[in-house]
Design a protein around this ligand. Structure first.
Ligand code: FAD
Ligand code: NAI
Length: 475
């Protein structure tokens, strides 16, 4: 016996579970299928983000930052701590509790919004007239029928050819979030977002961290001046960042991992680590979905091919999040999920790709929205830039956290804000002001004229906006 819905969502990560909730809010009968399972066999909706991504990484970043502050900066405040130590098992258990709270929160939200949840793997099983049949394989097999299907099956780590992830010596993001004891020597292949966040966690707890990055530039997607400042600060903290490397071999032994590579000068090098994190990007995941069986088109890189509205080549089959083009970010997945649910309900859902913020949760944090100087030059845009350092911000000084700066880029003629780039304390929160400003088409002068609380970090944004016109007040 099959169960009939208006919408079936395959995948319960941020793209899928949010699409399901929004569809249900709009009066559509909705089911969400997700196969993530806790160690005890219970469902763990929330996808990569909740289980092995955003949430656990931020829990460990917080724990390790607390440890670093206790060891390095509390003394400046006159707070003495004797015998500082880290109980890694307890830290990991706390992280697991935070994850479980989020899993349970999603199950509660499904109930509250009357989304039918199916724990298992969903796959296309053909068509009944206008409707799609979707099979659920799992503890409780089921067959669902729905006019609309939303594919939100996410992504998985990109493998390094010839290197097997065992999550003991060679780790992907899942293993990097569960190292049982602080390694003495930690290697990281790929100095991107995961590498920097995970490298920071274990460096703060005492590991010697070496990052091996293939590209000649560090963080090329970040505004050049911010990337330069970040590299300087991370190196000072102790991250050994080597760019322009080519990995030539990885040999795993019982107690260590040896990585052979050529450096930026082309010289053969070798490094030995206790553990090695491989974080060289992620690839879309459609395994087990039965895409072929119904002719769901994938692009040459394996993403579900969709148009600007997240429509696939099949009627009423949509796809959102990491499994489609665009940045692999939880909030991008969520916004696409909302937009698709609204389109299914006949509304005009919209996602503005120009105003999706990015955050790297290192210390200091890095956050940006809009275009970088390099992109604006490439696009031939005439712009003005204004920067303001946190050393000149009273709140940052009171906090004892004055690294970094805010930079605003605005069109020279119209003064419209084209990008905001922040490296500094709470950049993840500050960037929201840039997003709002850009969504409202604000000029830098608008930000410069808005009253900001004193003392607050956000005053650095106002000052950067004033700097666009060469008239900072506090520098
Ligand atoms: P996913 O979250 O991957 O969810 C897909 C779900 O579908 C999974 O539960 C999967 O098991 C399930 N599934 C797959 N196939 C099937 C099937 N056939 N049947 C049933 N279920 C299926 N992004 C941020 O914005 N901020 C961050 O701080 C951040 N930190 C990250 C840290 C790490 C270490 C990693 C790895 C990623 C991080 N990301 C972050 C990226 C973020 O996790 C992803 O962009 C986001 O999870 C994508 O959401 P999604 O719903 O598209 O896919
Ligand atoms: P990434 O794309 O951020 O970084 C991968 C890095 O590995 C790049 O710098 C790349 O040049 C390098 N690389 C690729 N192949 C290599 C090789 N063979 N040898 C050495 N270096 C190599 O990808 P990452 O860090 O794996 O994260 C995946 C995605 O997950 C991110 O792009 C982001 O979308 C998401 N994410 C978001 C976070 C956030 O929002 N704070 C946190 C973590 C992940």
């Amino acid at each position: 016996m099959s169960e009939t819905f208006d919408v079936v969502v395959v995948g319960g990560g941020p793209g899928g579970y949010i699409a399901a909730i929004r569809a249900a809010q709009l009066g559509l009968s909705t089911a969400c299928i997700d196969d993530w399972t806790r160690a005890d066999g219970k469902p763990a909706p929330g996808g990569t983000c909740t289980n092995v991504g955003c949430i656990p990484s931020k829990a460990l970043l917080q724990s390790s930052e607390n440890f670093e502050h206790a060891g390095n900066t509390f003394g400046d405040h006159g707070i003495g701590i004797d015998g500082l130590s880290i109980d890694v098992a307890k830290m990991l258990a706390r992280k697991d509790r935070v994850v479980a709270q989020n899993n349970d929160g999603i199950l509660y939200l499904f109930k509250k919004n009357k989304v039918a949840f199916f724990h298992g793997a969903g796959s296309f099983a053909g068509k009944d007239g206008d409707a799609w049949r979707v099979k659920v394989s799992g503890v409780k097999p089921a067959e669902l029928v729905a006019r609309h299907v939303v594919v939100a099956t996410g992504s998985k780590p990109r493998p390094l050819p010839g290197v097997e992830i065992d999550n003991l010596r060679v780790l992907d993001n899942e293993g990097a979030l569960a190292i049982a004891a602080v390694p003495q020597r930690l290697g990281v292949v790929g100095a991107g977002v995961i590498g920097l966040e995970m490298g920071s966690v274990w460096r703060r707890l005492g590991a010697e961290v070496t990052m091996l990055e293939a590209l000649p530039d560090f963080l090329p997607m970040v505004d050049t001046s911010i990337a330069k400042e970040a590299r300087k600060l991370f190196t000072r903290q102790g991250l050994d960042i080597r760019v322009g490397v080519k990995i030539t071999g990885v040999k795993v032994a019982k107690r260590d991992v040896t990585v052979a590579y050529t450096d930026a000068e082309g010289k053969a090098q070798q490094a030995v680590f206790d553990q090695l994190i491989v974080s060289i990007g992620r690839v879309p995941f459609t395994g087990g979905l039965g895409a072929d069986s119904v002719g769901l088109q994938l692009d040459e890189r394996g993403f579900v091919a969709v148009d600007a509205q997240c429509r696939s080549n099949l009627p009423n089959v949509w796809a959102v999040g990491d499994v489609v083009r665009g940045p692999m970010l939880a909030h991008k997945a969520e916004d696409e999920g909302v937009a698709v649910a609204e389109r299914i309900a006949g509304q005009h859902g919209h996602v503005d790709f120009n105003t999706i913020p990015w955050v790297i949760y290192t210390s200091p944090e890095i956050a940006w929205v809009g275009r970088t100087e390099r992109q604006l030059r490439a696009d031939g845009v005439d712009f003005r830039a204004g920067s303001f350092p946190f050393t000149a911000n009273a709140r940052a000084r009171a906090m004892g956290d004055t690294h970094g700066f805010v930079k605003i880029l605005a069109d020279r003629q119209t003064d419209r804000i084209l990008g905001m780039h922040v490296i500094g304390p709470m950049a993840s929160e500050l960037i929201a002001e840039g997003v709002v400003a850009m969504e409202f088409g604000a000029a830098s002068e608008d930000l410069a004229r808005i009253c900001h609380a004193h003392p607050s970090l956000s005053e650095a944004i106002r000052e950067a906006a004033l700097a666009v016109d060469g008239r900072t007040l506090n520098l």
